[in-house]
Design a protein around this ligand. Structure first.
Ligand code: C5P
Length: 416
């Protein structure tokens, strides 16, 4: 389930030497889940053959506006409506001028005019042509119409010049298109996330708690909701606003959080993330009245709280993916892996809390992703970005689970 799953993208290829790079762009977009159709101008066909791009895109390449057979298969208006995004790459100086003028005398320009989809243009040309005021004016016109211009990059050119005019790398073009579409891969899926600290009362005015701010869990809930999930955020006491589209369940104690988590996973849930810093112990007796100062010492008897995530992982309604956190001060990976196995989790996100600059209360974090395949480090970034990355990885892992399940079902059917 790539980020561009179910998205239809048309690449309009025009006649520049960079046309060969479109092979890579097609591969990247398809790898991300998109269906890609190609329109080639006459000029483009002098640089790459339609057969090459047909083989890579998996669809016949569209080249003619007034071709009966092609129109019967998929007319130009139908093609324009099919697209969720239309990207002209490489866009020559001439094609920029033709798009700016609103020409409609070939299939590429006609489709660009007829499509209701967002249009992206990735120019590529000699640096002097790029600098020419005529080109600059055309770019201004296109930008003014809401068309997104990607690049061009600076560097050495095929003609031997050095300057701005190189086609932006396919990976960046693909990223610019992807960024335009929110990843809705969790549409129709349910995600339950625990966050924040718990508060364990000693008496009506005192409690035991910890420094968890809840920021990581809230950022994860926001990223899950943005990915389309029905998101339930079971939160201890924190001073954060509920992210848009998230259902928040407020709890105080570990016992309350335990009950809420087990209750909410009863509705089939794909992903559970335990990011809460649950107090391991609670006072055995919660004094009904304020405890008075008597004597130099006060003994409070503590008893173990339930391990919420372990119970979620062992539950008969276990979510497909159960992800825990491990805050460690030494031997990060070993301890995280031991926790992963001990608690029967699919993934543990490990963070080094001996570092003052990251983790608790901080806005940034650097973590290691630990699963059965090993571990790797997710570099230092904001909790917001990290949350997006972690949700994206969970989506990949869920997709891998689905493939695995399908294989099991298929092999069972084969056996029968
Ligand atoms: O054992 P430790 O507290 O280090 O494990 C951390 C992970 O376990 C986190 O995902 C945390 O949310 C979860 N946990 C829990 N219930 C507890 C203690 C920890 O769900 N009582």
């Amino acid at each position: 389930m790539g980020h561009l799953h179910n998205r239809n993208i048309i690449i309009g290829v025009t006649g520049g030497i960079a046309a060969y790079k479109i092979a890579e762009l097609i591969r990247l977009l398809r790898g991300d889940g998109a269906a890609v159709r190609i329109i080639m101008s006459q000029g483009a066909q002098a640089f790459v053959t339609p057969l090459t791009l047909q083989s890579l895109s998996g669809f016949p390449v569209h080249t003619e506006l007034l071709d009966e057979t092609a129109e019967m298969a998929m007319g130009h208006i139908e093609l324009a409506r099919w697209a969720d995004a239309f990207v002209v790459a490489p866009a020559t100086a001439d094609s920029l001028a033709r798009l700016a003028a609103g020409r409609a005398d070939d299939l590429l320009t006609t489709t660009a005019l007829a499509t209701p989809a967002p249009v992206f243009v990735a120019p590529a040309m000699n640096q002097q042509m790029w600098k020419n005021p005529a080109t600059a004016t055309n770019i201004q016109i296109l930008t003014g119409r809401g068309i997104t211009i990607i690049g061009p990059d600076a560097g050495e050119q095929a003609c031997g010049d050095v300057g701005q005019g190189r086609l932006t790398e396919p990976a960046q073009i693909s990223a610019a298109i992807s960024a335009h579409f929110p990843n809705r891969a969790l549409e129709g899926r349910r995600v339950v996330i625990s966050a924040g600290p718990t508060r364990e009362p000693l008496d009506p005015v005192r409690y035991i708690s910890n420094h968890s701010s809840g920021k990581m869990g809230f950022a994860l809930a926001q990223a899950a909701a943005e990915a389309g999930a029905e998101t339930i955020l079971i939160s201890g006491p924190v001073t954060l606003d509920t992210p848009k589209g998230v259902t928040r369940v407020n709890v105080n104690t570990a016992i309350e959080m335990h009950a809420a988590c087990l209750q909410h996973i009863k509705t089939p849930t794909e992903l559970f993330i335990g990011s809460a810093a649950v107090a391991d112990y609670r006072a055995e007796f919660n004094a009904p009245q304020k405890i008075k100062k008597v004597g130099d010492t006060l003994n409070v008897s503590l008893i173990r709280n339930p391990d919420i995530i372990t119970e979620v992982a062992k539950s008969s309604s276990r979510p497909s993916l159960v992800v825990g956190f491990a805050a460690e001060t030494e031997n990060l990976i070993e301890h995280a892996e031991a926790k992963r196995q001990g608690k029967q989790l699919d993934v543990v996100i490990a963070n080094d809390v001996s570092r003052a600059d990251i983790g608790f209360n901080s806005d940034v974090n650097m973590v290691a992703w630990v699963d059965s395949a090993g571990h790797d480090v997710v570099p230092l970034t904001t909790k917001r970005n990290l949350a997006k990355l972690l949700i994206a990885r969970c989506i990949e892992k869920l997709a891998a689970h689905c493939d695995q399940d399908e294989k099991i079902v298929n092999s069972l059917e084969d056996e029968r």
